[in-house]
Write a protein that binds this ligand. Structure first.
Ligand code: GLN
Length: 493
């Protein structure tokens, strides 16, 4: 059973080859065996998971099954789940048992999916390697000496090591796509506003978006079908007609299933100057994937995103600014960590925050407070917002010439644990290809495209607003022609 796709597992449940209780137990056993080494989960609660699985089996028996009924899923620990410890990777929340469900958790619960556990992540989703987690670094199942990527690294390691059939992630600047690339997974960051942020602990609200991480585009579509939808409790949630994200998958009897598709290749990704920023072995795999797309019928278009180089600098003004405001709620008063010793209220605030937050989070709060302060607001924050608009306009212009934009997801394969941890700027540059997509609010995916030195690399697919179904199909056609996404890490039995 382990290793089957979500749809194959659903079929096994329908055919009664296995029950959800049995399936959940199989995954719990694997977690018990491998998690001590991988550190992919912060919280596992077998009793709770099995109770949900039992209810799912009853739901099936009553003829009320949905495509995800009885499927165990790993949930990133940024999503509040009622009765579950919800830490967001921080000491600040290490005693926080959520009294309510995030919107997407509600939706998965209603569909009959089972919460398999809460996955490790960079503290408050700030990071690209999972090393900022208070609960310790996550190991990459492809090489235990390397990072799984971040911030959704626990989810990526869990699915990649087959400790869960699929998982959720969140992506503020690349945190679904980059770990997907480093762990050989398929991950999708939807258009901003498609998935509700209610109950998803806020990092940078104008950029944050939840999405699926799985082994194939088909499985991602199944999860997104449940996750997406209007929610009046999130003021940026979009009220749109419900879509079936797998609607374009139906078979086409053609060896050129993507005939007519225009793939835009940004000069800024493939030109000589930026190429030097991308490891040659990654670029080679990306080039080969694009050649495969040509064989599938697509045509290549040379495009330009002239303001691309400003995406990392503007993001590192906007994201910390929003974070400094969002994280002001963690004051030791109502919930979360409170320093044991203090003499007055101000000292209680100061000590709780000083002891509860890790170094990277503090760095972002300081930067954010600085760029929002009187005298610097115009010079930094407003300027960054203007650049954000220019970047979004670049994409609008590009999508007049092409249907999908492609490039690398991450400039390198998985790096060694500790390699970049002491150098924040090097770490920030891991998201050089993903951040612009968040600034523009567009949907983006990463799909496996091969291996360099035995480690996976990702191809990034960027679509126009609300083109998730098309993106998923473009990914799916590639996955029908290749088996990269089916490769599994050796050494984890
Ligand atoms: N690495 C980026 C950051 O630290 C993106 C993280 C994310 O997408 N949550 O901000």
């Amino acid at each position: 059973m382990i290793g089957r796709s979500v749809s194959a597992l659903a079929q096994a449940l329908t055919e009664k080859t296995i029950s959800s209780v049995e399936l959940t137990q199989l995954y719990l056993d694997r977690i018990a065996r491998h998690n001590p080494l991988l550190n992919a989960f912060i919280t596992v609660d077998g009793e709770k998971s099995l109770a949900q699985a039992k209810a799912a089996d009853e739901m099936r028996a009553a003829g009320l099954a949905t495509p995800l009924t009885g499927i165990p899923l790993a949930q990133k620990d940024i999503f509040c789940a009622k009765g579950w410890l919800t830490t967001c990777g921080s000491k600040m929340l290490n005693n926080f048992v959520s009294p309510y469900d995030a919107s997407i958790i509600e939706r998965f619960n209603a569909a009959g999916a089972v919460i398999l556990g809460k996955t490790n992540m960079d503290e408050f989703a700030m990071g690209s390697s999972n090393e900022t987690s208070y609960y310790g670094a996550v190991k990459n199942p492809w090489d235990m000496a390397r990072v799984p990527g971040g911030s959704s690294g626990g989810s990526a390691a869990a699915v990649s090591a087959l400790l869960a059939p699929a998982a959720t992630g969140t992506d503020t600047g690349g945190s679904i796509r980059q770990p997907a690339a480093l762990c050989n997974l398929t991950g999708l960051k939807p258009t901003y506003g498609v998935v509700s942020r209610y109950g998803m602990i806020a990092y940078a609200s104008s950029l944050d978006q939840g999405g699926p991480m799985a082994r194939s585009a088909q499985d991602c579509a199944l999860l997104l079908n449940v996750m997406a939808g209007f929610d009046e409790r999130d003021s940026t949630s979009l009220d749109r007609t419900k879509e079936d994200y797998s609607r374009e998958f139906s078979a086409v009897a053609s060896d050129k299933p993507l005939a007519g598709l225009r793939i835009g290749l940004p000069r800024e990704f493939f030109g000589t100057s930026e190429r030097s920023g991308c490891a040659p072995e990654v670029m080679q795999l990306v080039d080969a994937a694009i050649a495969e797309y040509r064989r599938l019928g697509a045509q290549l278009v040379d495009i330009s995103l002239p303001n691309m180089k400003l995406s990392v600098p503007s993001y590192y003004v906007i994201a910390p600014a929003e974070a400094s405001s969002n994280l002001s709620r963690f004051d030791g008063v109502r919930y979360g960590y409170r320093a044991p010793d203090y003499s007055d209220l101000n000292e209680m605030y100061a000590r709780s925050r000083a002891q509860g937050f890790g170094a990277e989070v503090k760095r972002r709060i300081l930067i954010g407070t600085y760029v929002l302060s009187h005298g610097y607001y115009d010079a930094y924050y407003l300027q960054a917002q203007r650049i954000r608009r220019l970047i979004a306009n670049d994409f609008v212009a590009a999508f007049k010439q092409c249907d999908v934009i492609m490039g690398p997801t991450s400039p390198s394969i998985a790096f060694k644990l500790g390699e970049k941890a002491a150098d924040p700027v090097q770490m920030y540059l891991s998201d050089i290809y993903t951040i612009a997509v968040n600034l523009a609010g567009l949907p983006g995916m990463s799909i496996p495209c091969g291996f360099a030195n035995g480690l996976p690399a990702g191809l990034q697919l960027i679509g126009d607003y609300f083109s998730e179904a098309r993106l998923l199909n473009v990914a799916h056609r590639y996955q029908q022609a290749n088996a990269w996404h089916l490769q599994r890490p050796q050494g984890i039995d």
